[in-house]
Design a protein around this ligand. Structure first.
Ligand SMILES: [Fe+2]
Length: 215
């Protein structure tokens, strides 16, 4: 097993994407090779070393450039996210634990409905097309760890992205505070007390918005 170096990976990944006719497939293959060569736990070690120990789930971007964002997805136990898009393709390498991706599609009337759920386990890779609408869930009792690659600069993309309200599926502009709100609502409406408790532990400021949710 070899050491995983974030900036070397980013440079190599951008190089293969630049030379490829299918950038998403090139990024997937490059990430799969890194997982096979370094191992999931070595990649997790490198990601943990790159963020402050108390970084919350909104502060885990370890590389950002116009072509590529690398996000350390450290997902609290039992966490459920709000429904959102990315507007660029994504490649997910699961490092420890599991991540369930609920994929939504529009029905004939244009309303969103869940079409399928895909579980990614440690050592596995999942690719998501740029028009995918999803929410994620950690089904386990411990934090789940993944490396997410996005083909663009997440900060710059933010204003193109959307969120959908839990239940009613009303589309609205994306923002991190709104995503947190919708995630809390999703867990509240699912009766997922452990997920809400883990969220408060990961982001203490989320307690106020959870306390304000209707009974
Ligand atoms: Fe996502």
């Amino acid at each position: 097993m070899t050491t995983f170096a974030i900036e070397d990976f980013a440079a190599g990944c951008k190089r293969v994407m630049d030379q490829a006719s299918n950038q998403k497939e090139a990024a997937r293959a490059y990430l799969a090779e890194a997982v096979a060569r370094c191992g999931p736990l070595e990649i997790m070690r490198a990601l943990q070393a790159a963020v402050p120990p108390d970084a919350n789930i909104g502060e885990l971007i370890v590389h950002a450039s116009p072509e590529l964002t690398m996000l350390y997805a450290r997902v609290p136990a039992r966490f459920q996210s709000g429904i959102h898009d990315h507007t660029v393709s994504a490649v997910i390498a699961q490092l420890e634990g599991q991540e369930v991706n609920h994929i939504f599609e529009r029905d004939a009337a244009g309303s969103l409905e869940e079409a399928r759920a895909i579980t990614v386990r440690s050592g596995e890779i999942l690719t998501l097309d740029k028009d995918v609408i999803h929410c994620i869930e950690n089904p386990g009792d411990a934090p789940a760890h993944a490396l997410h690659l996005y083909q663009g600069d997440f900060g710059a993309l933010s204003e193109r992205r959307s969120l959908w309200s839990w239940g009613a599926h009303q589309q609205k502009p994306f923002s991190f505070p709104e995503l947190l709100q919708e995630s809390a609502t999703a867990m509240h409406q699912s009766g997922n007390r452990s997920g809400l408790n883990a969220l408060v532990k990961a982001i203490p400021a989320s307690k106020a918005l959870i306390d304000a949710l209707p009974e």
